[in-house]
Design a protein around this ligand. Structure first.
Ligand SMILES: [Cu+2]
Length: 441
């Protein structure tokens, strides 16, 4: 009787000690795929949430940072390999920024296309759907523990039945399995995990960009389209291998010469290698466009283009509404070229969500438009090394945003700080005068 009880307790202990593979892999923000998209007058981030397995429902969240006039957003996910697709739609409400979730279906892993349609616009975004796979060492550890549990039960049954040979055979198997499990577990840190490719091995040439507007000279107050076409310099074909870079395939900053017009938008992919965004001209004169993207295997690029808006005067609204709240503070108060400047902004909000993976963005342009700088909020940069792609559903920053920036040359700079409050993008324009070193100012 006591023996049977001991046997039952031991079996129970073995079962409790059993490591559960189901809890070994959680959903991580790291594996989410993010695409910021400026489509049909809306500023959205479409997030394909990481799945644990396929086939399974696939969660796709549409985060509306600027809902514009709202309307339906049609989503479709298609496997490139077998063509199987799944669709869903969300209805963005005008004046209601926020998270709009949709549930689609994923049948398999591998290359996929996410189609986003809104208004008359359609964007097709390539991505790879993957599910976490246990590394070999983990499989060996689990399998050894499974063998150990079976051997333990065998040994105990053998002992209970007074079959000495059986019991000692199972006991030996149990010991071997435990040694294998613990040895593999102890050696696991030496099995190199799959990481990001070494940036020093980047071998692809940069993409050759063409920045164009249609019509060629937009009229003041009129809508126009800005297109970035990427070519491969050697083949002359389109370069269609952009990597997700700060939660988008392409980031585009458009400013007027006087700095009063500023847009930070995310062109949609209308065809392989072709990115386009609809804008409205609000200031006359020369404009500068800067596109930031990363070609797979080639690293990041910043390219620029210019165009002129015809007309004179002021059609009314230009740039973003003046933000309420404190103005940015620079430290030292008179920045000097080549020396780091601390720029802080009190947002007055204690729960800021990351936008494009960061708590805040600082974009700086020289007066002659020849220089564009872009840095991220200092604390979220530290976070980003620990937690890749902080999740926009978690409010974790504020109220103070802090940037460190070194201006290359003396002169007047236009600066814009951007952050997200209650899902809405806030843009704070600022002008910074930078003195020459040793000028005694
Ligand atoms: Cu951007």
């Amino acid at each position: 009787m006591i023996k049977r009880l001991a046997l039952a307790l031991l079996v129970l202990a073995a079962l409790l000690a059993w490591p559960s593979p189901a809890t070994a892999h959680g959903r991580s923000a790291e594996a989410d795929v993010r695409f910021a998209q400026t489509i049909a007058g809306m500023e959205l981030t479409v997030v394909v949430r990481a799945s644990i397995r396929v086939p399974a429902p696939l969660q796709v969240d549409v985060v509306a940072h600027d809902p514009g006039r709202g309307g339906p957003v049609e989503l479709a996910v298609r496997s490139v390999e077998d063509g199987a697709s799944s669709a869903a739609s969300v209805r963005i409400e005008a004046g209601r920024p926020g998270m709009y979730p949709a549930i689609l279906r994923a049948g398999r892993v591998g290359p996929h296309e996410l189609e986003v349609r809104a208004g008359a616009e359609r964007s097709v975004l390539p991505f790879t759907l993957s599910v976490p796979r246990a590394p070999l060492w983990e499989v060996i550890v689990y399998a050894s523990f499974a063998c150990a549990a079976v051997a333990l039960i065998g040994a105990l049954v053998g002992a209970a039945l007074r079959r000495r040979a059986v019991a000692s055979g199972f006991a030996g198997a149990f010991a071997v399995a435990i040694v294998v499990a613990f040895t593999t577990g102890a050696l696991s840190p030496w099995f190199a995990p799959e990481g990001a490719p070494d940036p020093r091995t980047l071998t692809r040439p940069n993409a050759q960009p063409l920045v164009e507007v249609a019509p060629g000279r937009p009229g003041l107050g009129a809508a126009f389209r800005l297109r970035v076409t990427l070519f491969d310099g050697s083949t002359g074909g389109l370069a269609d291998d952009l990597a997700e870079h700060h939660a988008a395939l392409t980031h585009l900053v458009v400013t007027s010469d006087d700095g009063r017009f500023f847009r930070h938008v995310h062109p949609i992919r209308i065809a392989p290698g072709v990115y386009e965004v609809g804008l409205r001209a609000e200031r006359p004169g020369r404009h500068h466009a800067y596109a930031e993207f990363e070609r797979t295997g080639a690293g990041g690029q910043l390219v620029s283009g210019a165009f002129t808006v015809d007309g004179t005067g002021h059609p009314g609204h230009a740039g973003h509404p003046a933000p309420t709240g404190a103005a940015p503070v620079t430290e030292p108060a008179r920045p000097v070229a080549g020396r780091p400047v601390r720029i802080t902004l009190d947002t007055g909000a204690t729960a800021l969500r990351p936008w494009l993976g960061m708590a805040g963005h600082l974009i700086v342009r020289s007066q002659d438009s020849g220089y564009l700088g872009h840095v991220h909020e200092a604390r979220s940069m530290a976070d980003a090394t620990a937690v890749p792609a902080p999740d926009e559903s978690v409010a974790r920053y504020g109220p103070r945003l802090e940037f460190v920036f070194s201006f290359p040359r003396p002169g007047r700079y236009s600066a814009w700080i951007q952050y997200v409050r209650d899902y809405r993008i806030v843009t704070v324009p600022h002008v910074i005068e930078v003195a020459e070193e040793g000028s005694g100012r």
